[in-house]
Design a protein around this ligand. Structure first.
Ligand SMILES: [Zn+2]
Length: 108
């Protein structure tokens, strides 16, 4: 089992421990209405333990990025997602690549 290192945490340049204020644009929720059954979260699975944070370890897809695990297994993500280019339907070799990756995560 691998753990993900949180290397994307923002460092406060002022060092005063205060979180920097950022203009936050409300992210819009996007839904995958054509979820692939093969990678869809199953009733007996806990998303957090199996899939959380796993997008970046996935195979590079033809979208130009790794597949968004939230999008493909949960069917819900946001339009400010790092992997938003993959918020589409899997086609061709991407399907096999991604299904294989999800199988690996499931330990199958
Ligand atoms: Zn996403």
């Amino acid at each position: 089992m691998s753990t993900n290192s949180k290397n994307d945490a923002a460092i406060d340049p002022n060092g005063n421990g205060k979180k920097q204020k950022q203009e936050k644009v409300q992210a819009k929720q996007v839904r995958n209405n054509n979820m692939l059954n093969e990678v869809k979260l199953r009733d007996n699975e806990v998303w957090n333990t199996i899939f959380s944070g796993k997008s970046k370890d996935g195979p590079m897809l033809s979208f130009g990025c790794q597949g968004c695990i939230k999008w493909f297994t949960r069917g819900i993500c946001y339009n400010d997602c790092f992997f938003r280019a993959s918020h589409k339907q899997l086609i061709g070799t991407d399907t096999n690549l991604y299904c294989g990756y999800v199988k690996k995560l499931r330990g199958e």
